[in-house]
Design a protein around this ligand. Sequence first.
Ligand code: PLP
Length: 255
Amino acid sequence: MSASHATPRVLCVSGLDPSGGAGIAADIAACQALGAHALPVITALTAQDTRDVRFVDAVAPETLERQLDVLLADCQPDAVKLGLLGSAEQVAVIVRAIEALRVPVVVDPVLRAGGGFDLADAALLAALDALLPRIALLTPNAAEARRLAPAATLAESARMLLYKGCANVLVTGGDENDDDVVNRWYAPAAAREYRWPRHPEVFHGAGCTLAAGCAALLARGMTMADAIQSAQAYVAETLARALRVGGGRRIPGRS
Ligand code: PLP
């Protein structure tokens, strides 16, 4: 690899959030802060503010395919991060495009916005299911884990996702009611718990920041354990210096 190609690159596939709190803007900022370069590919334009999503216009699968084909013919990513996906057809396009890449794929299953807007239909959920065997790390919050794999307990949901082929699952607990935020990492031969102080407010874009952070650190060659630990520590820092950019939730201060 020549020195001019030494920058770790993360293919970030997500939607545009005009508030800059979540989506592709979050991915770009998190990658940059953690020493990687984002290759941003757009799945959807959204109308949203710091309170909630109001409207999603998924790009046509052909447009997504063109973005990926042209980009990947030139740039070789070292990791892939998927966020908001606009349709089941888009998932098929992405699977085809990343098939030949032998790099870790991190997926933040964006099923519902923090403000409550539903971002996934049954067809998209089924397509995500078929994507699981290609995923190195899935980062659902507790509600998303339960929706992807309904079971009696959260641990069983995570184990079901592993059983379906996902290599690692990090279930985040920001949306649960524990005193601390408890994030749980599940792998076929391991389970580990991380506790972080809970802030008295809910943020906009924390999940995107965590998944993009993990992808950036994996692109830099970190082990999964180190990437998961360091990306959470980075998110904790960004929340400690969160920014107010609108009248709703604050966003992580990523740089
Ligand atoms: N909009 C886009 C484009 C996103 O990618 C996401 C989350 O990943 C959201 C909105 C929702 O973000 P949050 O749940 O943090 O408000």
